[in-house]
Design a protein around this ligand. Structure first.
Ligand code: ADP
Length: 261
């Protein structure tokens, strides 16, 4: 709380009292704290792969290069860690673009069926590796207005997570239907699920339920923060239902007709 005070004095210069102005600066302080936490998180996330790249390169130069098996193992780690840095920087730039004041969606007509059919082959390889089946359910095609590239990114991200957090031979379902003036997109998996107390936090930047698991797979912890931004830019909402060790369903509702503000 910030307090400013000023005396009240009448025309005869008599003291009449005092005006106190209370400013609630909690929100400002919270914002400032969030910004600081974010910078600290970014630094930490960048430092981890760099430390590892540096360490393994030095060990190689110190002699590990002579051992063929070690050499290959270390070079693979260096490659994986540099890919992680690349995704991290990509997602950070993406997030900062979305947060810019002047950010604009590129609104165009979209057929949701066509969009999903474009996406499936892209995630199929990832699904095949774990023998995961992807099902699609359309009651009817939904024609809507939106930023096709951004919405694709949303569905790809949710599908990617659904596959990633599924057990081998699991199944993932994408369903599309109309719900009043919205399109309702559902991405469902029967994978690891999210503990109830962690559910409210998964849209936070860098929040991961299992840090090691997410990092090892190249996850940046920024995917869902990006997804939420894009959905909200379309004046939509995103919800998640999850049962730990049973599975997770993400629901997105987006107005079919785009309106400014
Ligand atoms: P990540 O790069 O770690 O996947 P995201 O922002 O996409 O980052 O997701 C944040 C966290 O939410 C993940 O680390 C994971 O713990 C959890 N999560 C997201 N999708 C699922 C899912 N389908 N099933 C279980 N957990 C999930």
């Amino acid at each position: 709380l910030e307090v400013l005070g000023a005396p009240i004095i009448n025309e005869s210069y008599e003291w009449k009292g005092v005006v106190l102005v209370f400013h609630d600066i909690t929100e400002l302080k919270n914002l400032e704290q969030t910004r600081k936490d974010f910078v600290a998180n970014v630094s930490h996330e960048l430092r981890t792969p760099i430390t590892s790249i540096r360490g393994f390169s030095e060990t190689l130069l110190d002699g590990a290069m002579q051992d063929e098996a070690l050499r290959e193992q270390f070079i693979n780690i260096i490659l994986k860690e540099s890919q992680r840095l690349q995704s991290l920087i990509h997602d950070l730039l993406e997030l900062s673009k979305l947060e810019k004041e002047e950010f604009q969606l590129n609104i165009e007509p979209i057929s949701i069926r066509a969009m999903i059919n474009d996406i499936i082959p892209i995630v199929e390889q990832q699904a095949d590796e774990k023998e995961i089946t992807i099902h699609t359910h359309f009651e009817e095609d939904v024609l809507m207005e939106g930023d096709a590239a951004r919405l694709k990114q949303v569905v790809m991200n949710l599908l990617g997570n659904a596959i990633h957090y599924s057990h081998p031979r699991g199944s993932v379902t994408v369903s599309i239907k109309k719900h009043q003036a919205d399109v309702h997109i559902m991405v469902e998996d029967n994978g690891v699920g999210i503990p109830e107390e962690e559910v409210p936090r998964i849209f936070e930047r860098f929040y991961r339920v299992d840090k090691a698991r997410s990092r090892n797979s190249g996850g940046t912890g920024l995917g869902l923060a990006i997804v939420k931004h894009i959905v909200e830019a379309h004046h939509g909402t995103i919800k998640v239902d999850s049962v730990y060790e049973k599975g997770t369903t993400f629901h997105i509702f987006i107005p079919m007709k785009f309106t400014l503000n």
